[in-house]
Design a protein around this ligand. Sequence first.
Ligand code: MG
Length: 163
Amino acid sequence: MSKEQYGLRCGIGYDTHRLVEGRKLVLGGIEIPSPLGLLGHSDGDVLTHAIADALLGASGLGDIGHYFPDSDPQWKDTSSLKFLDTIRHLLAETGLSILNVDSVVVLDQPRLAPYIPQIKESLAAALAVELGQVNVKAKTSEGLFPSSSPMAAAHAVALLVAN
Ligand code: MG
C-alpha cells in the first residue's frame, strides 16, 4: 500500500457496555474508582474498544470482534490495551501509521475530568504514539442513560496515513 494509492484513511468506532456491581471501571487502561464497573468478556474498556474499532476501520482490516471474539477464553478479563498492541502491529504490517485518534466517553458517574491526562498517556503508550496524537473527551448523557440500567458509551475516530 502506498501513500499515492491510499493517502489518508479515517475510521470510526463506537461501543457500549453496561455498568454493574462487582466489576472494575477501566477506561483507556486506567482503573477509575467507582462503585460500578463495566461488564464485558475482557475488562469491558469501552473507550479502548471504540478506539480499536476506529483503527481497524481506518485500516480496512475489519473489526474488533474478528480479532478478539468474546468466545475466546484468552481474552477473558484481559486488559483491552492488549488489543491496541496487536492492532498497532497489524497497522505496521499493513504500512499504515497513526496520525491521530480522537474520542468521546459518555458516562454519568463518576466524572472523568481528573483522569483524562492519565487515560491519554495510557492510550498513547499502548499505541506507541506521541501524547498530542491522542485526545479523549468526557461527556455525561444528560440524563439519557437510565439510572436503573447504567451504562457507558464511547465514540472514536482515527486518521491513518500510508507510510
Ligand atoms: Mg466492547
